[in-house]
Design a protein around this ligand. Sequence first.
Ligand code: NAP
Length: 277
Amino acid sequence: MADPRTVVLPSGVAVPVLGQGTWRMGEDPGRRSAEVSALRVGLDLGMTLIDTAEMYGDGAAEEVVAEAVAGRRDEVFLVSKVLPSHADARGVAEACRGSLRRLCTDRIDLYLLHWRGDVPLEETVEAFESLVREGAIGSWGVSNLDVEDLADLPSGAEPQTDQVLYNLSRRGPEHSLLPKCRALSIPVMAYSPVEQGRLLGNAALREVAAAHGATPAQIALAWVLRHDDVIAIPKASSREHVQENRAALQVDLTAEDLATLDRAFPPPRSRRPLEIL
Ligand code: NAP
């Protein structure tokens, strides 16, 4: 089943607005087959953007992804990330080779700087550009960069996304970062869209969910996806959660729902520093 909703990255590539995260996957061998199967169900349902990182399980999450996409690599838009401690010219190239090996592929579609460290952004971007020229990555982007950090990117740099913490309980980016990314035509990728499950007991969320015959997770995802240019990457390691999350694309929140959620989770009135998990 194809995902009906996509967003176009600056490169011109269209990706689904609802993808799949993988943090904590690969850490417990006993859960591996369930994780692989959950990711495959997501692919069947059109959630073909998979987000991973060299950091997750020290590479083990990338190995889970490799198993999930085996035989269907071309259906998938693969996102991985380099640690800031590897973000110098040589480190990026080596880290990318390691990720490609674990992912059993010759191309990462989108390679992100996981967060800003001590290496000058210019050096990291040059290393990314050289990987693009070699064909090892299709494009590059950033993660956890706030407005000032984006302004520090070298001039002419064209990141495909800024992957940041954004959900009902983390609305800070709405004040300045989302407008900034919009001005730059960079879709934001919202990580931890259900706040790792901590949101789901909230009374207002449950009330809106009940009115839609939906679950709190579906409402939390539909809320993030109310923007046309925000991608959500929930992580789910059971088939049931993946199916439930996919159905969030069918939820249309009303103005009344949004007002209820605004009262419980007020939008930011002033600039807040970007939060990180
Ligand atoms: P999340 O997606 O908000 O939450 C994941 C948790 O929610 C898991 O425990 C999962 O349980 C549960 N869950 C998923 N769907 C559910 C449903 N329908 N009903 C009830 N519970 C549900 O948090 P996250 O994993 O932190 O963020 C998502 C992805 O974003 C990560 O996996 C990672 O790829 C990326 N990320 C990036 C950064 C960064 O710095 N760039 C930081 C954090 C995360 P089960 O696993 O049991 O299904």
